[in-house]
Design a binder for this molecule. Structure first.
Ligand code: AMP
Ligand code: MG
Length: 427
């Protein structure tokens, strides 16, 4: 048996960051930037007002207060998106809106709240004059040219994971197409005579190929593009044909046919098409695993053979396929988010493997609790559906006891932290 880390390290050594491609800006959410982004413009492009108010010469407001306002003559108005040719001179003001360019001559903006505009309006007085209720210093409420981004600045570095805020920054620079790392195509092939495609009736002895869909959904969730190859029955020809279709993929994932007792056809074909090794990994569920390179077309395709049991298939995907996909996408952090929790269940480790127990994590006053969902069989896919985390029982631990502090890999993290429910009372 080989440790989980060793299997992962070997697998990852076969994957590299993929090539860049140009993608529409909004499609770049969650992708990794493939080039440094320098700005060719200033943001903001000109000095502009941070407030709705009056553009003035700060000197004109000397001595102004609520009890003795300074009265200025209003010589014009400017809205965001427009320029004005009017010049502010001593004793005058230009009414200005947020984002509007600062008129010539002005060096400060007095916000509406610091003028008597409201009073004048309520008395239906025309705004040909305005009373300023405080002194303002030079530069007040002015956003300076280039204060956010100056022309020539390195704004975003190659390798940056693009979140909504980076998408916004790119848009502010006018980028409508952005160079990002391409998404990997992951071919998925289910094997087994017992498998039936969705939409077909189940005959006796058959089951639907749920792995095809849980795996494809995992590929999508972690940023890959699934290429569903369907089902190959346990015979040489069918399997060879199906596998050929993966020749342009960045990774081939097969499900089932790798355990010790399996009908040898699957193993034979996999071995014949490439260099493949069969591992027993020190983990539960998911002990049997195959990995190697398939020689199908012009480039070798890394192949990951996952166990057939639906839970094992998903958990081995999380541990081995997910990091490989993230690495191809140019991501740096490949580990799953983990938390520390207090176990509410007892789990016995009978054979020195790392157990990934399906748990529901809940939270009370900043303390997380992890409770094992029952039953835990590796064929019981609904145990995954009930769980929001995988509690790790270390290889060397004979058991985890109730109350023990444990590490939990969160299956759901960002959008689903909400699934970690705040508890009313301790169970
Ligand atoms: P195997 O790895 O071939 O020994 O399969 C282990 C178990 O997983 C068996 O009960 C299979 O029927 C089941 N299994 C294999 N492939 C799939 C699949 N695509 N979807 C659902 N269950 C599967
Ligand atoms: Mg089988």
């Amino acid at each position: 048996m080989i440790p989980v880390e060793e299997a992962l390290e070997k697998i990852l050594s076969y994957f590299d960051v993929l090539e860049p491609e140009d993608e529409e800006t909004l499609e770049c959410l969650g992708r990794v930037l493939a080039k440094d982004i320098h700005s060719t413009i200033d943001i903001p492009p000109m000095d502009n007002s941070a407030m709705d108010g009056y553009a003035v010469q700060s000197g004109s407001t000397d001595g102004a207060s609520r009890s003795s306002p300074v009265i200025l003559r209003v010589i014009g108005e400017v809205a965001a998106g427009y320029l004005t040719n009017d010049e502010v001179v001593p004793g005058t003001a230009i009414r200005i809106m947020t984002g509007a360019p600062i008129p010539g001559g002005a060096d400060a903006v007095v916000q509406f709240e610091d003028t008597d505009e409201e009073t004048r309006k309520s008395h239906s007085q025309p705004l040909t004059e305005i009373g300023v209720l405080r002194e303002v210093e030079r530069g007040l409420n002015i956003r300076r040219t280039g204060e956010d981004i100056a022309r020539g600045d390195l704004v975003l570095r190659k390798g940056t994971l693009l979140r909504p805020q980076e998408i916004g920054v790119l848009a502010s620079l006018g980028w409508d197409v952005v160079p990002v790392i391409r998404r990997p195509v992951v071919a998925i092939l289910a094997t087994g005579d017992e498998l039936v495609e969705l939409g077909k009736p189940l005959s006796p002895g058959k089951i639907y190929s749920s792995n095809t869909y849980s795996l494809a959904a995992q590929v999508i969730r972690y940023g890959g593009i699934p290429q569903i190859l369907g089902i190959a029955p346990d015979n040489v020809q069918a399997l060879e044909e199906k596998i050929q279709q993966a020749r342009d993929a960045d990774m081939l994932i097969t499900s089932a046919g790798v355990s010790v007792g399996d009908y040898d056809v699957v193993k034979d074909v996999l071995a014949r098409q490439g260099e493949i090794t069969f591992w027993t990994v020190r983990m539960k569920p998911g002990k049997p695993l195959a990995f190697g390179l398939m020689h199908l077309g012009r480039k070798p395709v890394p192949h990951l053979g996952l166990p057939g049991n639906p839970v094992s298939s998903m958990i081995t995907f999380e541990q081995f396929a997910r990091p490989a996909i993230l690495k191809m996408l140019g991501r740096v952090r490949l580990d799953k988010p983990t938390i520390h929790a207090q176990s509410e269940s007892r789990v016995v480790n009978t054979d020195g493997r790392r157990i990934f127990a399906r748990v529901t994590v809940s939270k009370k006053a900043w303390q997380y609790y992890a409770r094992v969902v029952a039953p835990q069989g590796s064929g019981i896919l609904t145990s995954m559906a009930q769980a929001n985390g995988l509690m790790i029982v270390p290889e060397e631990a004979p058991s985890v006891e109730v109350g023990d502090n444990v590490v939990v890999q969160m299956l759901d993290w960002d959008e689903e932290t909400s699934q970690v429910r705040e508890r009313e009372t301790k169970r």
